[in-house]
Design a protein around this ligand. Sequence first.
Ligand SMILES: NC(=O)c1ccc[n+]([C@@H]2O[C@H](COP(=O)([O-])OP(=O)(O)OC[C@H]3O[C@@H](n4cnc5c(N)ncnc54)[C@H](OP(=O)(O)O)[C@@H]3O)[C@@H](O)[C@H]2O)c1
Length: 317
Amino acid sequence: MTSPKPIIAVAGSTSKQGRSVVRALLGSGLFQVRALTRSPSSRQAQHLARMGAEIIVAPLELGHDDQWLAAFAGAAGAFLVTPPTPPKHSREYELGCRLADAAAQAGVRHLVFSTLENVEDISGGRQFAPHFTDKARVADYIRTLPVTHTFVILSFFYTNLLEYYTPRMMGDTLLLPIYLPEEFRAPFVDPLTATGPAVLEIFSNPERYQGETLAVVGDVISPREMVETFQEVTGIKAEYRDAFTREGMLRNLPEIANDELHLREVLGMVNYAVDYGYFKPERDLEWSRSIAPDTLTWEQFLLTTGWRGERTSFNDS
Ligand SMILES: NC(=O)c1ccc[n+]([C@@H]2O[C@H](COP(=O)([O-])OP(=O)(O)OC[C@H]3O[C@@H](n4cnc5c(N)ncnc54)[C@H](OP(=O)(O)O)[C@@H]3O)[C@@H](O)[C@H]2O)c1
């Protein structure tokens, strides 16, 4: 008789990162998956169920410790991603810590948390990006728990241009507002396809990656190169627009710039990336490609998705 496959619980299973993780774990044939969600009837949750995941109701909001404990019970591993959190009254640090507590208390053997760099420490308090710093603080907290752990750091998502910083047509030209200086090369990735292979590799070799923080990178590319590639792939005339300065954001992305705290956070994040680099210098930018050579570059992302500039939602239920 074969022994049952180890269970990995995925908190944030319907997120872009979570979906990728569920698909890779189930696709490997090595693991069972428990998918945590607020809405088991959502289209995304139903899709995960059809792939073979066990769906468990467990919202990623403070106060659901009992549901988290039940969801983590009997799991060999847990992947944790925290939802996007506006900076106003953010409880992301508490949420990440309590989720990790529940996983440790339930006896999960290995935890993978999707973190980011500590912008507060690295910039000496000069840049404001709490959704980065809070995740780094959660990682520090996880290091104190009696559970082995690995951290992944995703690059900027290509999908940000489809979902949040969407282009608009002016005449025959698509204007792409991008939150970086035109010539500045930054790491980008497709969270929908790159997260899973990285996390599968970690859960397949937890001892090898104990304590490590691993960068997940698809391309290191400048906005100018992104726009040029977009033109070449789609045949659509396209131009870069500044969404990097306060004035540029106000002009080109008013829906984001109208929320002052959100604007401050976006500007803090991008100025951090430009001044210090998105990743700490010690991160290995080749690791994710070495374990998944087919990780999508920006050009491959455009070719496989067929994106032509339209606003896209990834979380519709
Ligand atoms: N955008 C970037 O460039 C970038 C780069 C690196 C890291 N990140 C980080 O990645 C994380 C987001 O990952 P993602 O984009 O993959 O997530 P996402 O697609 O926006 O999905 C978020 C998920 O969180 C779940 N959720 C549970 N409780 C929630 C609540 N109260 N409010 C909102 N959502 C809730 C939702 O699932 P259910 O509805 O099924 O419960 C939803 O599927 C953020 O923490 C962000 O900081 C982003």
